[in-house]
Design a protein around this ligand. Structure first.
Ligand code: 3H9
Length: 712
């Protein structure tokens, strides 16, 4: 089997041209892209591709060409790091146009992921062959873009406009088998290398002597497209994604593929692509993309920190949280022992897990066999002794220090040396929990978010004594189970809930002063949050907070808050969505919040009791108070070192609390909003309203005064 390494090449060039010396494939020239880690189509790859294509076309011994990639994947897209900088020629559309016009047939041999600009290169080839494990897609929409190198014009010509719209608007890739069924690839190969698959396809092509016409020249799949398709998509987008810029341009571009000749459609695509490139949403989404990867690299934790083997997990507590956590591990193929104190609780927990998996299977996302495989990985037990050989135990018991310390003492006695002991506490002091054991270096927090099997965020709480190897192991484990792990320090609420708490406080204060819950929620959803603060409260359940507040009041806690209107709602059994009534009311089986005059009356009564005369609160005030208080708290979290970097805070709010990803993240957005403006407002509210939440962060004031960004 010839390999690109056997041929003459310039090693520093990310793209090489070579032709096997002799043998059955000596008529086929091979263009190899080798640009780790993902063969992104940056400047070097673009110019390398053109040079290699020229070489291949000029090589009289080559009757066909194959494009193949070294390493783990085919080209995974344009090089995102170049976006926002002046683009050096040749552009990707130029490269793709040259491929399209090539005088010799070109085969794309795809393995790993052919994404974005990478797939666009493949679409400009005459034939595409993919390994069975390959995935193909145009994910540009996830970066606020649209495919800008012919993808919106060529994909519909292969798979039809409706499917192309679905693929480009979702950004989700399809597997090789589906790609074959759709007509996106011409062949799928298994048990071979991408190079061999490509060479074989080229050989077939030469043997048949029948070179397919370029995709740009095909019209059979777009002829007769229903023009109503585009109006329907636009209406759907206006409803589902009103804030987003690029999806609407995607519809325009695909419509151009159907209504204009190829060259004009391509020009239209370019225009629309450049408009997306200029959009602030593109900058925000790309920040979010890199932030998600950056958080995995914890400052001060060397990449070669030794980690521990994690093969078996223990979970304490078979409630909603514990069950969800056990599912996270089972989903990744890691066996989990689920411990509870009572058989009844255990049975209920296991039944809930099964219901959950079966619901997923009904949606077609799991097979019945996969449901059974995952259930078989979860072992219910009443005995701590079954945890003796667990490599890591996550405690998800009742939120009480006494309960947790008792559990950790028991775990310390039961678990093998070197086992990692994690608590899922959301409010308690991880160091105090660690102190109940004789191995605080092995203890840390793993703060999952509800529903734990769905939410991607995991706050990894590093205690004062947590060892580097424990932290590194859990950060790696987070990735293994598909979570975005973010390392944080110990404080009340850690990073996410501490910021949420301040927003909640302001939202309540705004309603007490005269705003309505609907107004607060509308301002937040207009900003881009999927749910407003009070809709979120209804989803989480009002009773949870009410019980905690009641407990504190009964115990005579001097910091306990006086009962508020939310407590009155809970006393009336209005716990939120689960009782079809909370801050809003809900029709049976519906999650749509409906304002309720009964709640308005409760709020009015609460204001009367407190002697508050309601005033008109402007939307602008709601926006400033809800969002600026978050920025101020985030800045304090940075000052205190609870989060190491702004990207950590951005990522936590993006993945745990629905911060709109197109705004980049809380602190990324704050810089664009203007730190001077935010600092001025924080100082004003501190003067006019007071309260610790408005005490200005020194870091915020300093950045504002120096004109220096707080995010990046
Ligand atoms: C586009 O193509 C526009 C065109 O239509 C038009 C042009 C005119 N560029 O995710 P991982 C880095 S838009 C630069 O951890 P995995 C990534 O930052 C693009 N760098 O690995 C990380 O770096 P580090 C459309 C990139 O195995 C490293 O590679 N394409 C790019 O979990 C490993 O990444 C996309 O949107 C890139 N395009 O997943 C695809 N991609 O090690 C985006 C990755 O320093 N990429 N890096 O942290 C992905 O979806 C995943 O990275 C992929 C691999 C599935 C490929």
């Amino acid at each position: 089997m010839p390999s690109p390494a056997q041929t003459e090449a310039v090693p520093s060039n990310p793209v090489q041209y070579a032709r096997p010396n002799g043998g059955v494939w000596s008529q086929v020239g091979v263009i190899t892209v080798d640009y780790p880690p993902v063969n992104a189509v940056g400047h070097g790859v673009r110019s390398g591709l053109l040079a290699a294509l020229d070489d291949g076309l000029a090589d009289d011994g080559a009757d066909a060409l194959v494009i193949v990639c070294a390493g783990r994947t085919f080209m995974a897209g344009a090089d995102i790091r170049e976006f926002g900088k002046p683009s050096a020629p040749p552009t990707l559309p130029e490269v793709v146009a040259r491929l399209d016009a090539a005088s010799k047939p070109v085969v794309a041999a795809i393995h790993g992921t052919a994404l974005g600009g990478g797939l666009e290169v493949a679409l400009a080839c005459h034939v595409r062959v993919a390994l069975k494990s390959a995935k193909l897609g145009l994910p540009e929409v996830k970066l606020g873009l649209l495919p800008g190198a012919g993808g919106t014009q060529r994909l519909p010509r292969l798979v039809g406009a409706a499917k192309a719209l679905d693929m480009i608007l979702s950004g989700d890739p399809v597997g090789a088998e589906e790609a074959l069924a759709l007509g996106l690839v011409d062949a799928v190969e298994d048990g071979t290398s991408p190079l061999e698959a490509g060479l074989r396809a080229a050989e077939r092509l030469l043997a048949e002597g029948n070179v397919p016409q370029p995709v740009s020249a095909r019209t059979d799949r777009i002829a007769g497209t229903d023009p109503g398709l585009f109006a329907a998509k636009r209406a759907e987008l206006a409803k589902r994604q009103p804030h987003l810029f690029s999806p609407h341009r995607i519809v325009d571009a695909v419509e151009a593929a159907v209504t204009l000749p190829f060259a004009e459609g391509t020009a239209r695509e370019r225009e629309l692509f450049l408009a997306c490139m200029e959009s602030p949403q593109r900058a925000g989404l790309i920040h979010a993309f890199f932030a998600e990867r950056e958080v995995a690299k914890v400052p001060g934790l060397p990449a070669d920190t030794p980690t521990r083997d994690i093969r078996k997990i223990g979970v304490i507590g078979a409630g909603t949280m514990g069950g969800g956590i056990a599912m996270c591990f089972a989903n990744a193929g890691i066996p989990a022992v689920l411990v509870d104190t009572a058989q009844e609780g255990l049975d209920r927990g296991i039944a809930a897990i099964r219901r959950n998996y079966e619901a997923t299977a009904r949606k077609g996302r799991l097979t019945a066999a996969q449901v059974e495989e995952r259930m078989a990985l979860i072992h219910p037990t009443l005995s701590y002794a079954d945890l003796a050989d667990a490599d890591l135990v996550v405690e998800a018991a009742f939120e009480s220090m006494e309960v947790k310390q008792t559990i950790f003492r028991k775990l310390d006695e039961t678990c093998k040396p070197g086992a990692i002991l994690a608590t899922n506490t959301s409010t308690l002091d991880v160091d105090a929990i660690a102190a109940a054991t004789g191995r605080p270096q092995d203890v840390l927090g793993m703060h999952f978010f509800s529903p734990a099997n769905v939410m991607r965020l995991l706050e990894v709480v590093r205690g004062a004594k947590t060892s580097d190897s424990v932290l590194a192991t859990v950060m790696g484990l987070a990735r293994r189970i598909g979570k975005v792990g973010v390392a944080v320090g110990v404080c009340y609420g850690f990073v996410g809930n501490r910021i949420l708490h301040q927003r909640g406080r302001e939202s309540m204060a705004l309603v007490e002063e005269g705003a309505s819950p609907e107004q607060v929620d509308r301002v937040l959803t207009e900003f881009g949050f999927p749910l407003g603060h009070f809709s979120m409260t209804d989803l989480a359940g009002i009773d949870v907070g009410w019980r905690i507040r009641e407990e504190r009041r009964k115990s005579g806690d001097p910091e306990a808050q006086a009962p508020n209107w939310l407590d009155t709602l809970a006393e009336r059994g209005r716990y939120g969505q689960k009782t079809s009534a909370g801050v809003y009311r809900y029709e049976p089986g519906s999650r749509t919040p409906i304002p309720d005059p009964e709640v308005a009356a409760v709020i009015e009564e609460d204001r009367r009791r407190r002697g508050i005369t309601p005033r008109t609160v402007s939307d602008e005030e709601v926006r400033e108070r809800c969002l600026y208080v978050m920025v101020n708290e985030a800045a304090k979290i940075l000052e205190e070192g609870i989060a190491a970097r702004p990207v950590d805070i951005d990522t936590i709010w993006l993945h745990g609390y629905g911060f709109p990803s197109w705004r980049g993240g809380l602190l990324f957005w704050a810089d664009r909003e203007g730190l001077g403006r935010i600092a001025e407002a924080v100082q004003r509210y501190h003067r006019d309203i007071g309260g610790p939440q408005w005490r200005p962060s020194a870091l915020l004031l300093q950045c504002a005064a120096e004109g220096r960004p707080i995010g990046c």
